[in-house]
Design a protein around this ligand. Structure first.
Ligand code: G3I
Length: 371
């Protein structure tokens, strides 16, 4: 007997086979069908979901996504907490989760200044190690992590957030010790460890013209050295008043013009007031109310505006589907987004593709195949 799929808004439940349910169970329109042949669609998932502690999240991921990325479990502080020590538990389960569902599994991230294992750049004296030692550590880390998942991970965010908004290099430990060379080295090591894996540069604020220019130079430099780089990840953390969509699109096109593909890798859009740290409000209660104005649900007019902005971005991706190969939300449903805790803790945010009841956001409905 074939299992039947019961349609509940935004959710798929396995149910018993019966004559009644048969009639009510046409195939469910899914996001992965909607964008089939255009680009992959997916989200970042956390260990709660992989461990079965978020069954509704699991349902939407399994039904709608054909790609997933590790939200935290592959970052160096987690996966390589001490020199020569690797903690594979969560990463192994994450990779298996995706492969069991036939998904393209994305690794995030090999080289990042944040959530960097504290030991990584430091010697026994607590000072930065030499360039030679750092190269060896970088090589070991990348070879070990990429090597373990050779043939299983579709693509890696090799270097994350290396460039500042003004187009200069971030003064990370990698940069301080190895200079600009840490980027080509990381790409070389990743390719050595898995020649078939796609390799990406990933960053936020990609609408910045200065950042765009530096990334274009960087891609051209990597390519002129014969190094593999497949795509630029535009993180796409957005809000109600940023980014400038025209500048964002210019960057998307400029990256595509270099010959690499483009991915929206960490897409979310805050529906809350953008935090202005200079706000002159001395009453903390008033300040908190201003910053967290919709704890009980998004007002209709704000929801409409948010959906229109998201639709604009999705339409942009579709218009450039020759360049855009993956659209990836940074999370699954609103309740688990990092935006509930940043830049202000304890806000009720609405940034993702699914709401707290695991229903698809309205703007997505127009893309779904019609029944
Ligand atoms: O795992 C510990 C847990 O043991 C501890 O009890 C708890 C107490 O705070 O913290 C847990 O770690 C948290 C971790 O997420 C896992 O939940 C960290 O505090 C928290 O800082 C960390 O935040 C992550 C953040 O990266 C770190 O910079 C977010 O979940 C994750 O969504 C976010 O993702 C980044 C991308 O990797 C890169 N681009 C920006 C994006 C958003 O910041």
């Amino acid at each position: 007997m074939k299992p039947q799929y019961l349609l509940i808004p935004g959710l798929l439940l396995l149910g018993a086979c019966s004559a009644q349910t048969k009639e009510a169970t046409a195939s469910v329109p899914t996001l992965k069908d909607a964008f089939d042949g255009k680009f992959l669609i997916g989200g970042a998932i956390n260990t709660r979901l992989v461990d079965g502690l978020d069954p509704k999240g699991d349902s939407i991921v399994s039904l709608h996504f054909n790609t997933i990325v590790a939200e935290n479990c592959m970052k160096s502080e987690k996966i390589n907490p001490a020199e020569g020590v690797y903690d594979w538990d969560d990463a192994d389960k994450f990779v298996k989760y995706g492969l069991d569902r036939g998904m393209k599994v994305i690794g995030h991230t090999l080289v990042w200044h944040s959530q960097l294992a504290p030991w990584f750049p430091l010697g026994a004296d607590g000072k930065y190690v030499s360039a030679d030692v750092m190269k060896e550590r970088l090589r070991n880390h990348i070879h070990t992590v990429v090597g373990r998942y050779k043939g299983k991970i579709h693509g890696w965010d090799v270097v994350n957030e290396a460039i500042l908004d003004d187009g200069t290099y971030r003064k990370s430990p990698f940069y301080e010790i190895l200079g600009e060379e840490f980027i080509p080295l990381a790409f070389q090591y990743a390719h050595e460890a898995d020649p078939d894996a796609e390799l990406y540069l990933n960053d936020y604020s990609m609408a910045s013209p200065a950042k765009r220019d530096t990334y274009v130079k960087l891609i051209n430099d990597l390519r002129s050295r014969g190094l593999r780089i497949d795509a630029i990840g535009m993180q796409a953390h957005m809000g109600m008043d940023y980014p400038d969509f025209d500048e964002f699109e210019k960057s998307l096109v400029a990256f595509g013009d270099t010959g690499v593909k483009v991915m929206l890798t960490e897409w979310d859009m805050s529906a809350l007031p953008t935090v202005n740290t200079g706000a002159n409000i001395s009453d903390t209660t008033a300040y908190n109310a201003m910053l967290n104005p919709y704890p009980d649900g998004l007002p209709e007019n704000i929801s409409r505006e948010w959906n229109a902005r998201m639709e604009h971005v999705m339409d942009m991706c579709l218009a450039h589907a020759d360049i855009v190969t993956r659209v990836n939300a940074w999370g699954t449903d609103d309740s688990m987004s990092w935006k509930n805790g940043w830049p202000v803790a304890g806000r009720t945010e609405y940034p993702l593709l699914f709401d707290r009841n695991h229903n698809l956001k309205p703007f997505l409905k127009k893309y779904l195949p019609q029944e």
